[in-house]
Design a protein around this ligand. Structure first.
Ligand code: FE
Ligand code: FE
Ligand code: ZN
Length: 275
C-alpha cells in the first residue's frame, strides 16, 4: 500500500504536523519549508524535528515531502533571482538534515525566453552547487503542466536535468497528476502507457512521490489549477487506479486539492478504499 497524506501548514511546527496527519488518517504529508512566496524561514527547533522523526517511526509513516517556495526560479534571466533560489534551496537542504531521509521537492523553473536548454543547464548548475555527497535528503523535480516557459512539462526535460546532476543517487521525481494531465500525458485513458513512457525516459526507479490532484481544466490545457478528487477533468476513477497500482506501491501520495482538513480526511479515506 502506498502512503497517503496531504499538504499541511507548517506554522505549528514539525511534531504538530505529524499529529495532524495522524488525526486525518494520513501516514505522510507535505509542507512548505517557508512562506510559499519566499522570505525567511522560521528558526528550526531540533527537538521538535527529532520528535517528529520519533512520531513518524512510531506511526509507520512513509517519507514526507518538503516543498520549496514556488516563487524561486533557478533558471531566471536575472542573476539576483537565480542567486536567491540558490540561497533559499541551500538553507532548506541544510534544515532538512534535521529530519533526515525525506524529500525536498521543487518546481524546476521557468526559462523566461532563454530557451529550454539554457534553463536546464542553469537548474543543474544550481543543484550541483547546493547538494553534497553525504546529504540525507533526496531532491525531487516536480513534473509541471508546461505553463508559459516552465521546464519539466516533458519527461525528457526532467531526464536531461537528472543526467547533469553530480549526485544522481540523491535525485528523483515527484509526479503531479494534475500537472501531467494538463501537460498532455493522458493518465486517465492510459495510465500504464504513461508510466511506461516515464520508465523509458526517466526510469520508474526515480519516481519517489506523487501529488494527487484533479484538474479544473481539460486535458493538455497547460494551465495548472487543482481541483478536488473526482470533481475535475480527471475524475475519481484514476485516483483509485493510482492508489492501487502495483508499480506505485510504497510511494508517498500527497493531496494538494483545495480542501480544509475534513475534506482531506475524506479524500484519504477514499484513496484507502473506504467511501
Ligand atoms: Fe508543486
Ligand atoms: Fe504539485
Ligand atoms: Zn500545481
Amino acid at each position: 500500500m502506498a502512503y497517503f497524506g496531504c499538504h499541511l501548514s507548517s506554522s505549528a511546527g514539525f511534531l504538530a504536523m505529524g499529529k495532524t496527519a495522524s488525526s486525518i488518517g494520513a501516514d505522510t504529508f507535505q509542507f512548505f519549508t517557508r512562506n510559499p512566496r519566499g522570505g525567511r524561514a522560521k528558526a528550526l527547533d531540533p527537538a521538535d524535528a527529532a520528535a517528529l522523526c520519533a512520531w513518524m517511526r512510531e506511526h509507520q509513516f512513509g517519507p514526507i515531502v518538503a516543498h520549496a517556495p514556488y516563487t524561486i526560479n533557478p533558471c531566471s534571466a536575472e542573476p539576483r533571482t537565480r542567486e536567491f533560489a540558490l540561497e533559499t534551496m541551500t538553507d532548506d537542504l541544510h534544515r532538512m538534515e534535521a529530519v533526515p531521509g525525506n524529500y525536498y521537492n521543487f518546481h524546476p523553473g521557468s526559462h523566461v525566453g532563454q530557451g529550454v536548454e539554457a534553463g536546464i543547464a542553469m537548474i543543474a548548475e544550481t543543484l550541483n552547487a547546493i547538494m553534497w555527497e553525504s546529504q540525507q535528503t533526496t531532491v525531487l523535480l516536480e513534473t509541471m503542466a508546461g505553463k508559459g516557459s516552465e521546464i519539466g512539462g516533458r519527461f525528457e526535460e526532467l531526464r536531461e536535468i537528472l543526467d547533469r546532476c553530480d549526485y544522481p543517487e540523491r535525485m528523483g521525481v515527484c509526479l503531479d497528476t494534475c500537472h501531467v494531465y494538463d501537460g498532455g500525458y493522458d493518465i486517465v485513458t492510459d495510465l500504464d502507457g504513461v508510466l511506461t513512457e516515464f520508465d523509458r525516459v526517466v526510469g520508474l526507479h526515480r519516481l519517489k512521490a506523487l501529488h494527487l490532484n484533479d484538474s479544473k481544466n481539460p486535458f493538455a490545457s497547460h494551465k495548472d489549477r487543482h481541483e478536488k478528487l473526482g470533481q475535475g477533468s480527471l475524475g475519481e476513477g484514476i485516483f483509485h487506479r493510482i492508489a492501487a497500482h502495483p508499480a506505485l506501491r510504497e510511494l508517498p501520495m500527497v493531496l494538494e486539492t483545495p480542501n480544509e482538513l475534513p475534506g482531506y480526511a475524506a479524500e484519504i479515506a477514499l484513496l484507502r478504499g473506504g467511501k
